[in-house]
Write a protein that binds this ligand. Sequence first.
Ligand code: PGA
Length: 250
Amino acid sequence: MSNVTTKVFPTKQEAVSLVADQIETLIRDRAAAGKKAILGLATGSTPVALYQELIRRHKEKGLSFKNVVSFNLDEYYGLPGTHDQSYRYFMNQQLFDHVDINKADTHVPNGTVAEDKVDAECVAYEAAIKAAGGIDIQILGIGRTGHIGFNEPPAGPATRTRKVHLDELTRKDNSVFFGDISKVPHYAITMGVGTILDAHRVVLLAWGEAKADIIRRTLKDTPSDSCPASWLQQHKDCLFVLDQAAAAKI
Ligand code: PGA
């Protein structure tokens, strides 16, 4: 039995407004209490509209990100943060450079760590999340393979931050950003499904008909490693925010 709450909106803009409200409330409540807000952030085309709305609230409503600490889900293995397809670069461009967040409080897995240091890097990433008190709100997109973060099938709730091999469908989907599939890395470092399930609240976003089949499988199929996102059914506080096209098959 799924615990997931699903909200469907006519447009992406209305959908991101609800999610931005939740993030704004968290940030302001924590700031009023003199505390940090811990956000889990995602990359890809899906969260861009959300980041634009957060930037708008920063510029027009004075929403400050000074008390925000962020942890991104994943990073391509082999790409430095200066590479225009790295997720560190993406986050700087799409959000961090436009708000008053302290860059030292923004965490993205290090994609250039040496092979023999990968495990230590992953353990340190998990430890940093724990030391911050855990993630208050984790934002997710979803891949057509059923991946969350870069947890390609098979991946289950026991998985933690680690180096993973990317599915060919994911490399093909992401090749639009690289211009050519041969340029898409084969490996990434990602939080595990278990890391994501540890977040206090999870909000998954999906737009467009290309996501309708995987959203149906994620919500309706019995949780299994063949659709890593389906494990979200077992999370106690998980919200799916969808546009009508992504929700068409549920
Ligand atoms: P997208 O990717 O937002 O570019 O569709 C989502 C994902 O792979 O998690």
